[in-house]
Design a protein around this ligand. Structure first.
Ligand code: NAD
Ligand code: DAU
Length: 340
């Protein structure tokens, strides 16, 4: 039975990918390997627990001894494991460098030694930095702004170097902003949905006119499956949709879907070095034959409905001491200054 190892499998995109892979490739064994940081949550995989040919392993990608046996027995590795939140990287960045750079190094070293099959390393469009005009293709110079993006760029370049130097068969993907079920409530869309459901202020950074390119998480999973089949090892692939929205537009749409008033919106102090716009050129992927299926408006409505129906899931996170500490550090001063 072929085996796929999904590192970071208890996070947002990783858990959606596992569910997707299970549905599309039921004859595969799936190993979810995750450290279970504050962002990892076993309840993201609640429906898979106890199922045949599914194994959850709690482990750190930086720990070679822990990781190696799982990687050695796998035919494909998809690496989602990372510290992923820009605002947290601005509060403290040690774990970002550790996991997003050294963790990738550990995976590459194991892969080099064991001559594993394909490795898909999930990078991000944030490595290109702000794109004020046009769209970044895969040859755009990397120009990261935050410690998160810089750490991702480091991991991305290390993976590419292992492909060139040691012929490790790795594909790098750089996707735009994802949204959908099981996204941690610290990220824009789930934060705004859950704050609105709780009648709390919605903190919009700066003037709210920053632009992000959005993809429904299931389309990202489909793109990864497509690249596993059609991508060339050593290649870099942007994954995008062309669906660009200003943050304020997204927030207003959420309020409308929930029937909540715009008076909940608060414009607060901006994120330092806040990238004004991201936009990827994904012609390379389009030419291979992939395109997104979901349009933003209906996927956002579906996502809002999911959060409304799955309060059990987000409440346990929002009520944790960890989340409360983070919320206080990132938002309390912003909201205080705003109301002053
Ligand atoms: P997430 O924060 O929801 O999940 C990350 C997961 O990695 C968590 O389950 C966490 O426990 C795990 N993890 C962290 N450190 C680990 C370690 N040392 N060892 C093992 N597991 C560890 O993130 P996400 O949004 O699902 O992002 C997944 C990947 O996709 C990341 O690499 C991110 O950079 C990339 N990405 C995300 C987006 C987005 O919009 N969310 C867009 C493009 C790329
Ligand atoms: O572009 C891909 C990246 O998208 C991924 O690599 C990251 O892992 C992922 O977190 C995401 O990064 P962003 O910084 O774009 O996402 P976030 O949800 O944190 O913010 C989206 C936009 O909304 C951004 O312009 C900042 C703004 N924002 C965010 C929060 C949390 C606000 O205005 N207020 C907020 O409270």
């Amino acid at each position: 039975m072929p085996t796929i190892l999904v590192t970071g499998g208890a996070g947002f995109i990783g858990s959606n990918f596992i569910r997707y892979w299970r549905r599309e490739h039921p004859s595969w064994e799936i190993i979810a390997y995750d450290k279970l940081t504050y962002a990892g949550n076993k309840s993201n995989l609640h429906d898979l627990e106890g199922q045949p040919n599914f194994t959850f392993v709690q482990g750190d990608i930086c720990n070679r001894e822990e990781l190696e046996p799982w990687l050695a027995k796998s035919d494909i590795v998809v690496n989602f494991a990372a510290e992923t939140h820009v605002d947290r990287s601005l509060l403290s960045s040690g774990d970002f460098v550790r996991t997003d750079v050294l963790g990738v190094h550990t995976i590459m070293e194991c892969a080099r030694e064991h001559r594993t099959g394909l490795i898909v390393h999930i990078s991000t469009d944030e490595v290109y930095g702000p794109i004020l005009d046009g769209s970044a293709d895969e040859d755009e110079p990397l120009n990261p702004s935050s410690p998160y993006a810089a750490s991702k760029a480091g991991g991305d370049l290390l993976a590419l170097a292992y492909a060139k130097s040691f012929r490790v068969p790795v594909i790098i993907t750089r996707c735009c902003n994802n949204f959908g079920p099981y996204q941690h409530p610290e990220k824009l869309i789930p934060l705004m949905i859950t704050n609105a459901l709780l009648d709390l202020p919605l903190p919009v950074y700066g003037d709210g006119r920053q632009v992000r390119e959005w993809i429904f998480v299931e389309d990202h999973c489909r793109a990864l499956d497509f690249l596993i089949e059609h991508g060339t090892p050593g290649g870099v692939y942007n994954i995008g949709t062309g669906c660009e929205r200003q943050n304020i537009e997204v927030v207003q749409m959420i309020l409308q879907l929930l029937g909540k008033p715009e008076s909940l919106i608060r414009f607060v102090a901006d994120r330092p070095a806040h990238d004004r716009r991201y936009s990827v050129n994904w012609e390379k992927l389009r030419k291979l034959g992939w395109q997104p299926k979901h349009d933003f408006e209906s996927a956002l409505a579906q996502t809002v409905a999911w959060y409304r129906e799955n309060e059990w899931w987000w409440r346990q996170i929002r009520e944790s001491e960890e989340f409360k500490r983070y919320y206080e550090a990132n938002y309390a001063w912003r909201l205080r200054n705003e109301s002053a």
